[in-house]
Design a protein around this ligand. Structure first.
Ligand code: CAA
Length: 258
């Protein structure tokens, strides 16, 4: 029996999948989902066989937000003392590349969860939004920050102040989604991307993730310095020797993540 109550997990060919599995509640993110997703992601991150992680939803939703029924009676002191939602930081601490395959509604915490991934792929039927304003609150899992960085102030304000939904095409145009594909092609595309990443050096993919994420935390000059130092460091890896030798010898590289 699975150790998780709200998600399904599987692993194949170096790619792990986490499927949110509360379709009756449109995969609303209650505290059990937070625990299950972050435990599973941390376990996959610690597994050297897992080179990429795909997170997806089920039924009509990726996730329709934090669980409103769970939050309805939540008061300030309880939420503040427990630092409600801070547990999601375990997911953004994962060093293995994460792909969000957004199949349907990605609203509130659902949109925020998708934005925690490194690459966001959307089905043409996906709908994104930060409708917390309709509930008398504001985003609490990163929406005001990650959405603004992804799509800029104009659209982030539009979404967060009106609560309107954005379709997949607009999400791609705005820089929120990396790709939009037909619903039937969503998982194949996610696995194709994950499989491509899984064939790279895991050291190099972690370095990329660290470098790109730093772009949101630092000045350009500091970021460029950091990137250059990471590049210098990459010259100390066996995979750099293998990758460049394979290119010169016109063969496929055989990376060993070392
Ligand atoms: N929390 C708890 N339950 C939810 C939910 C949520 N966020 N979203 C949907 N559900 C439940 C519904 O209550 C319903 O359950 P019952 O059958 O037991 O009543 C079931 O999922 C199906 O939903 P609907 O009947 O509403 O389906 P619909 O097709 O009519 O509407 C929808 C779909 C537009 C997505 C609508 O469900 C909706 O607006 N959901 C809430 C979206 C939302 O406000 N999300 C933000 C939550 S707050 C947040 O996320 C804070 C944060 O930043 C972390």
């Amino acid at each position: 029996m699975s150790q998780y109550q709200t998600i399904l997990t599987e692993t194949a060919d170096g790619v792990a999948t986490i499927t949110l599995n509360r379709p009756e509640a449109l995969n609303a993110l209650n505290m059990q989902v937070l625990t299950d997703v972050t435990d599973a992601a941390a376990a996959f991150d610690a597994d050297p066989e897992v080179k990429a992680i795909v997170i997806t939803g089920s039924g009509r939703a990726f996730a329709a937000g934090a669980d409103i029924k769970e939050m309805k009676d939540l008061d300030f002191a309880t939420a503040y003392k427990a630092d409600w939602f801070a547990g999601w930081r375990r997911l953004t601490g994962v060093r293995t590349p994460i792909i969000a395959a957004v199949n349907g509604f990605a609203l509130g915490g659902g949109c925020e969860l998708a934005m925690m991934a490194d690459i966001l792929i959307a089905s043409s039927k996906a709908k994104f939004g930060q409708p917390e304003i309709n509930l008398g609150v504001l985003p609490g899992m990163g929406g005001s920050q990650r959405l603004t960085r992804a799509v800029g102030k104009a659209k982030a304000m539009d979404m967060c102040l009106t609560g309107r939904m954005m379709d997949a095409q607009e999400a791609e145009r705005s820089g929120l989604a990396a790709r939009v594909v037909e619903p039937e092609a969503l998982m194949d595309t996610a696995y194709e991307i994950a499989g491509t990443i899984a064939k790279k050096s895991a050291v190099a993919t972690m370095l990329v993730k660290e470098a790109v994420n730093l772009a949101f935390e630092t000045t350009l000059e500091q970021g460029l310095n950091f990137e250059r130092r990471l590049f210098h460091s990459s010259l100390a890896t066996n995979d750099q020797v293998e990758g460049m030798s394979a290119f010169v010898e016109k063969r496929d590289p055989n990376f060993t993540d070392s």
